[in-house]
Design a protein around this ligand. Structure first.
Ligand SMILES: [Zn+2]
Length: 191
């Protein structure tokens, strides 16, 4: 299935506040989180950092934005933005704009339907938790491997609906290395 979603574009100003959202933002937010708290009126003027989940992703974004601002170069990377029934493959382009503004443009270049819908009961507290990578959307299994949710279900781990899970968003090691590589390319001095 090829995506027909329009690109989602947003931009931040020099103080990292959201100053621009494409009209496709609202539709995309509705599909993903029911749009709760993501209406453009409530998002514009807010800090980007309220919406970047997890400390490891915040650190990577922080370094990426700094490198893009400093060099005026573009940073690009791939990520996933899954829903319970879809695997959504996304591409992100981060561009430097005038006045230290930075623009983020994400496009959805491919969609796959899951054979087994993913139902993770996420709660905000509790000691039963599961780490999930914000970039590739894989889950960390108790043995330390990172796995797609369907694999986690088959392996009988972590998806027990009787025990609500707390999802902790982080970045897995392979994604961290990939992003670090992209950021250092942006930041590398040209000779
Ligand atoms: Zn990952």
């Amino acid at each position: 299935m090829i995506s027909d979603n329009p690109d989602v574009i947003y931009a931040i100003d020099a103080d990292d506040q959201l100053v621009e959202l494409s009209s496709s933002w609202e539709a995309f937010a509705q599909k993903n989180d029911g749009g709760v708290g993501l209406h453009p009126r409530s998002v514009l003027g807010q800090s980007l950092w309220s919406y970047v989940r997890g400390r490891s992703l915040q650190t990577l974004y922080h370094d990426m934005i700094a490198a893009v601002r400093r060099t005026g170069r573009t940073c690009e990377f791939r990520f996933r933005c899954d829903s319970p029934v879809l695997r959504r493959y996304m591409h992100m382009r981060v561009d430097s704009m005038p006045d230290r503004h930075v623009q983020f443009r994400s496009c959805n270049f491919r969609v796959e339907r899951r054979d087994v819908p993913l139902y993770v009961q996420a709660v905000s507290t509790g000691d039963h938790h599961l780490q999930r990578c914000s970039i590739c959307n894989l889950f960390e299994l108790p043995d330390g491997a990172w796995s797609d949710a369907a694999d986690a279900v088959t392996r009988g781990q972590a998806m027990n609906q009787d025990r609500p899970l707390r999802i902790i968003w982080s970045v897995c090691e392979p994604c961290r290395e990939t992003l670090r590589g992209e950021i250092s390319q942006v930041g590398a001095t040209s000779r």
